[in-house]
Design a protein around this ligand. Structure first.
Ligand SMILES: Nc1nc2c(c(=O)[nH]1)N[C@@H](CNc1ccc(C(=O)N[C@@H](CCC(=O)N[C@@H](CCC(=O)N[C@@H](CCC(=O)O)C(=O)O)C(=O)O)C(=O)O)cc1)CN2
Ligand code: MET
Ligand SMILES: [Zn+2]
Length: 760
């Protein structure tokens, strides 16, 4: 019997966000590249030694300046030709952020997480120009820090890398098999060199195996891994984010030394995924090590006895070569719960952030051999009812009770209610909600938190901002105003702070992309609203103007997906609790005179299970939660929703099912594809297709926006009913500067007015 421990990824941002701060000062040219690298290397050394000192036997050498997929685009020499004038770290950061005249790579959600990776662009013929020297440096630094026998390189597997790629030219798609074959010599060379460096094994991360596509990848994986196994360095094939489904039977037979599996799957599904059942059914080959991902890498809740019980059940099944590890990389968790000083003590005791999860791994490995084994592997996962209940005893929706069906439907159909809602000119202009989160605003908030600024003075800062935003919207002539969201740190964190049942952290930062981090709130009790959340700011903003000001809420599904959910009740029950709380807010906004209420659901798509077979059940409760939160609105109140960051073409019935009066949707990166898809589907309510990309600092000229609106009008849905078309940017403007926002929106309004004149 051999029970070891491994890690497959850890927060790379530094315990106190050192890497973020170092990056941002470097980008502002306030520090040198050497200083940046010194901070990053030290953050890595500290993370690796933390894991080794805790007793982990094989430590995955995680660490990146920006993104782990970008590292491999860079190492493999896969930068698109538009970057050919750049090299070294200038190239690295240009791929991530662009430079004037050269657009950055696309960013996309990493599987079903809120982490964004940079999307590799592959030409029809893939010609890598590998240079792994920076990776070898890192491995050597790792070996120096924790010893050769413990330092394990992490490599993105070729199948996943190609699976995450997009064609450099949409009209010339690459062939997956040929692309992988073209990369294999570089991977072979990489493994050969790593072997020479004396690594104990290499981790090849292949999360693509947990998607619906996995079943089709058999031949691809077999040829890749028979080729790579020839190098003779032990390979740990690492999968995560879900079970590997039908691929299990063949994937565990690939010629590798270890296969790592995620026993837990989607966050908040306490019951785990199918991995336990698959291992039960097919067994596990005795010539391999099983990397047992039994410590939940995506939940901040401590795992209790589950990891040791799962391992004990595996031992009982006769699987005796096991490494205990987390189900996914720990990069999705905050660093260390000991930094929190204000969380309720009973909650702190039940939490485990990345550092504590490492300790859980070591503890499970030592406890498992003497733990009494459950009857089966699946029996080692606790039933929901056995999990510690953590209610506040509040009078809110009880998940065991059905919610009356009439609470899910508006009192009138769209066609009947539209004429009762606000009337606007053709091509009405509006924005998605947030205006720049300026350094002054953040500074004032920090001073307020530290008690250096009084509540009245902080409120004045917020009100002055809203006044500025109002005057500017008035001046350029937007049709529907927003208050600008100055009071919000983040669209999810803000609601978490205001709602009962949530805890929020001081230092629980999780990387979202590059140097941008979020602090996901923690749901730990029944969710409820203790009083109005957004009404005060709405009222003030509306008092300044005759134009309608939008009420601005984050939807139940997005709050859930961007928080850490509790594990003792289902995700759908939590979504319904959130929906009922937001429903009260919608009603209060309406009573306060709000005519247009926007409920954002940018994370609706991201919450889709990786496997298609599970889509329907997710979408059905997600759509119902949105409806539950909004349909309380009177027919005369216009409900808007906003979706962004993903492809929506495959969930059109769900989008239609939201029954929103206006759908604002990110569009500029996908041309008018989304509109065509909506037209084909027969969508018939108002649409605000984004007319420019907010992620770029470039100010869009009037004729560009006018051209964009005209292409939208060519789509048959809108050519026959142009009154359905709204004019707005792609998404919120919080990460931009006023100097970009002012001219961009001014141009947008001029473009809409030009169109009105032309089509009158
Ligand atoms: N939850 C969530 N997920 C999401 C998105 C989203 O908006 N929210 N959007 C997409 C991802 N996009 C993102 C876009 C921007 C940021 C972002 O700007 N994050 C900020 C932090 C925002 C924040 O909470 N700021 C705090 C400030 C916290 C802070 O750093 N304070 C400083 C001092 C403030 C200063 O002087 O600047 C300190 O404590 O030292 C505030 O406004 O109060 C950052 O990393 O810089 C994150 C994700 C998808 N996922
Ligand atoms: C990520 S979607 C953002 C919506 C939000 N209302 C904003 O404007 O920032
Ligand atoms: Zn958005």
């Amino acid at each position: 019997m051999t029970i070891t421990t491994s890690t497959i990824g850890f927060p790379r941002i530094g315990e106190k966000r050192e890497v973020k701060k170092a990056l941002e000062t470097y980008w502002k040219k306030q520090t040198s590249l050497e200083e940046l690298l010194a901070v990053n290397n030290e953050a890595q050394r500290l993370a690796w030694t933390l894991q080794a000192d805790a007793g982990i036997s094989l430590v995955g050498l995680d660490g990146t300046l920006y993104d782990q997929v970008l590292e491999f685009i860079f190492y493999l020499g896969l930068a698109p030709s538009r970057f050919s004038h750049l090299s070294g770290y200038d190239l690295y950061f240009a791929l991530a952020r662009g430079v004037p005249g050269t657009e950055a790579l696309d960013m996309s959600k990493f599987f079903d997480t809120n982490y964004h990776y940079l999307v590799p662009e592959l030409a029809t013929t893939v010609t890598p120009k590998p240079d792994f020297s920076l990776l070898f440096d890192k491995v050597k630094r790792g070996q120096d820090a924790i010893g050769k026998e413990k330092a394990v390189p992490i490599i993105i597997g070729p199948n996943t890398l190609v699976g995450l790629s997009k064609p450099a030219d949409a009209s010339a798609p690459f062939d997956h098999d040929s692309a992988i074959k073209a990369l294999l010599p570089a991977y072979t060379e990489l493994l050969t060199q790593l072997k020479a460096l004396g690594v104990p094994e290499v981790q090849l991360h292949e999360p693509i195996l947990t998607t619906s596509d996995a079943a089709k990848l058999k031949a691809e994986f077999e040829s890749t891994y028979s080729e790579l196994s020839k190098v003779g360095v032990p390979i740990n094939l690492v999968t995560y984010y879900d079970d590997i489904g039908e691929a299990y039977e063949w994937a565990v037979k690939l010629p590798v030394a270890a296969v790592s599996l995620d026993f837990l799957g989607v966050p908040g599904s306490a019951l785990g995924n199918e991995t336990a059942a698959l291992v039960e059914k097919y067994g596990f080959p005795s010539d391999k090590r099983l990397g047992a991902g039994v410590v939940d890498g995506r939940s901040v809740f401590a795992d209790g006895d589950t990891p040791a019980n799962l391992v004990a059940a595996l031992l009982k099944k006769g699987i005796t070569n096991i490494s205990v590890q987390s189900s996914t990389s720990l990069q999705h968790l905050p660093y260390n719960k000991d930094l929190e000083t204000e969380l309720p003590a009973d909650l702190v005791a039940r939490l485990a952030f990345a550092k504590q999860k490492v300790a859980e791994i070591v503890e499970a490995a030592s406890k498992a051999p003497s733990a009494s084994a459950p009857a089966s592997i699946t029996a080692a996962l606790p039933a929901v009812s056995e999990l510690q209940a953590c209610t506040h005893g509040l009078d809110v929706y009880d998940p065991k009770e059905a919610i009356a069906e009439n609470l899910f439907n508006r009192s009138e159909e769209f066609k009947a209610r539209r004429s009762k809602q606000i009337q606007t000119p053709d091509f009405p202009t509006t924005t998605i909600g947030s205006f720049p989160q300026t350094p002054e605003l953040r500074r004032a908030r920090l001073q307020f938190k530290k008690g250096q600024l009084s509540a009245e003075d902080y409120e004045k800062v917020i009100n002055d901002y809203m006044k500025y935003a109002n005057d500017f919207q008035e001046r350029i002539g937007l049709d529907v105003f927003v208050h600008g969201e100055p009071e919000r740190t983040d669209m999810v964190e803000y609601f978490g702070v205001k709602l009962e049942g949530f805890a929020f952290t001081e230092a629980g930062w999780v990387q979202s992309y590059g140097s941008r981090y979020v602090r996901p709130p923690i749901i730990y009790g029944d969710v409820s609203r203790t009083g109005p959340i957004t009404v005060k700011e709405f009222k003030y903003a509306q008092s300044l103007t005759q134009k309608p000001v939008k009420g601005m809420l984050t939807g139940p599904v997005t709050i859930l997906n961007w928080s850490f959910p509790r594990k003792d009740i289902s995700r759908s029950a939590q979504a319904y609790q959130l929906a009922l709380a937001l429903r009260e807010e919608v009603a209060d906004l309406e009573s306060a005179g709000c005519k247009v209420i926007q409920v954002d659901e940018p994370a609706l798509r991201e919450g889709l299970p990786l496997k298609r077979a599970r889509w329907e059940s997710y979408l059905s409760w997600a759509v119902r939660a949105f409806r539950l939160s909004t349909v309380v609105a009177a027919p005369a109140t216009q409900i808007v929703t906003h979706l962004c960051y993903s492809e929506f073409a495959d969930i059109l019935p769900a989008i239609d099912g939201l029954d929103a009066d206006v759908l604002t949707i990110e569009n500029s990166r996908s041309g008018d594809e989304m509109l065509r898809a909506l037209a084909k589907y027969g969508y018939s309510r108002d649409i605000g297709a984004g007319v420019y990309d907010v992620h770029s600092p470039v100010v869009p000229p009037v004729d560009f926006i006018e051209g964009k609106i005209k292409t939208f009008l060519d789509v048959n849905l809108l050519s026959s009913n142009r009154k359905l078309l709204w004019v707005n940017p792609d998404c919120g403007l919080k990460t931009r500067e006023w100097a970009q926002v002012l001219p961009s929106l001014e141009n947008m309004v001029i473009a809409a007015k030009n169109l009105r004149a032309q089509t009158a």
